[in-house]
Design a protein around this ligand. Structure first.
Ligand code: FES
Length: 455
């Protein structure tokens, strides 16, 4: 039968060695007996004192030799179990194999291991959850005073018992990605949130400055309505960022609108700057820069997620979004409301394209930067308004107009359309149509609030 320590041949060799040692011991015992008899015989009467002396000396020498042999033989009997196993273990030659629990057989002379820990329990099992980055040293010798944690008692046990047991050291590598990732995500969220808020405050501040300089009149109202709408979009996006909703098509679209408005603002600033310094013009650059930076960030996080683990590229998503929006522009509206918003979107898109044509003509005609800037501002305002109206059309198609974002968008677009109407005049086709759409948006906003309250 195979021993738990290894092959049957090793076990048989060990038994043979022990049997040989027994025989050696018996032989030595016999020889010791003989030597003792010789000594006794040497002291018997009838011998001369000289020959007695010689006999006694020879007997003592024989006794010493035999005692030495007996000691060696007994060592040879005891040593194999310990030294052969230990030596083999140390040299790794002894074929120790870890067996399945079903193959367990006690080793010859195997005894209890645990004399210390929870002796009143049938089984001492320990379960530990180690957090990331933790390292623990667990006792395997069952002698630790702080079981299951190793307290170094195994060193004393090894020295006393010629053993080689040691602790189990477990270290859980620090998850370098997870925790910093969580912190990073929170940091990104906060920065984007405050970025949107800063954008909204900057545009509102600039609107107030504009009114202070130009006074409250239709032209100033129309110009500032664009800044107010940009501030409103930034406010809506801040709420979306807080609620982890930047990934929806609505907020991705609004982010792109904000970026477009910001970029046109920067371009206009550059054009005016090229045409000569305008006193106090530099602060104008702050709101569009904030809008562009945070719009791009918000759009990016919307596409890739806060941890940037999304598998869609921003360009791929942008192309997909443009394609979807173009389809939406020409799709049949699913309700009267959606049809109204689509009509308003087309009107603002037409105005936007008109301004684009004007800008091209001005650039070709070599107009100054300030003139181009005024057309660019209107283009940006109409572009933003058309996208806001398209977003409402999309929400109407999906039956989502009762959402807070869309209620807010309704009132914002209504205000900007009213400003346009007041500037163009109610009798003007553009002004009159803008007034109708303004009333339409405001009415839908109020209706959505009432519906929301009812439900
Ligand atoms: S005290 Fe038991 S392994 Fe260290």
């Amino acid at each position: 039968m195979e021993s738990r320590f290894g092959h049957g041949s090793d076990a048989r060799n060990l038994s043979r060695l022990q049997a040989d040692t027994m025989m050696t011991l018996e032989l030595r015992a016999f020889m010791l007996g003989g030597t003792a008899r010789n000594l006794m015989h040497s002291s018997s009467p009838g011998k001369t004192s000289e020959s007695k002396m010689k006999l006694q000396l020879r007997g003592l020498a024989l006794l010493a030799v035999n005692l030495l042999s007996a000691a060696r033989a007994s060592h040879a009997f005891l040593a194999p179990l310990a030294s052969k196993r230990l030596g083999a273990i140390k040299s790794n030659k002894f074929p120790i194999r870890l067996r399945a629990a079903s193959d367990y057989e006690p080793i010859d002379g195997e005894k209890r291991i645990n004399f210390k820990v929870d002796l009143n329990q049938a089984k001492v099992a320990t379960s530990v959850d180690l957090p990331s980055g933790e390292k623990k040293v667990y006792c395997r010798c069952w002698h630790s005073g702080r079981f299951p944690i190793c307290d170094g008692t195994h060193l004393k046990h090894n020295a006393a018992c010629n053993d080689n047991v040691g602790p189990l050291i477990i270290s859980v590598p620090k998850d370098k990605k997870l925790k910093p990732k969580k912190d990073k995500v929170e940091g990104r969220k906060k920065r984007v949130l405050w970025g949107y808020r800063a954008t909204a405050i900057a545009y509102l501040f600039y609107s107030q400055r504009y009114f202070t300089v130009k006074g409250i009149q239709p032209f100033a109202i129309q110009v500032t309505s664009g800044y107010v709408l940009a501030a409103g979009l930034a406010y809506i996006l801040a709420s979306a960022a807080q609620g982890d909703r930047l990934g929806s098509d609505t907020y991705k679209r609004l982010n792109l609108v904000l970026v477009e408005f910001g970029l046109i603002g920067i371009l206009g600033w550059g054009l005016v700057k090229l045409g000569g310094t305008v006193p106090g013009f530099a602060p104008l650059l702050i709101p569009p820069i904030l809008a562009t930076v945070h719009g791009v960030k918000g759009y990016g996080y919307g596409v890739l997620g806060w941890d940037k683990s999304g598998d869609t590229s921003m360009i791929g998503d942008f192309c997909k979004g443009v394609k979807g929006t173009m389809q939406g522009y020409f799709s049949v509206p699913k309700s009267i409301k959606a049809a109204g918003y689509l009509a308003a979107t087309w009107m603002m898109t037409a105005l936007k394209l008109t301004k684009l044509v004007e800008i091209i003509q001005l650039v070709v005609g070599g107009a100054n930067g300030l003139t181009i800037f005024t057309r660019l501002s209107r283009f940006a305002r109409y572009a933003m308004l058309s996208m806001a109206l398209y977003t409402l059309k999309d929400a109407a198609d999906r039956g989502r107009l009762e959402g807070t974002t869309f209620i807010e968008l309704n009132f914002m677009t209504s205000a900007v359309l009213a400003a346009l109407s007041s500037f163009a005049g109610i009798a003007n086709p553009v002004g009159g149509t803008a007034a109708i759409f303004s009333a339409f948006s405001a009415f839908n906003g109020i209706l959505s609030i009432l519906k929301k309250r009812k439900s």
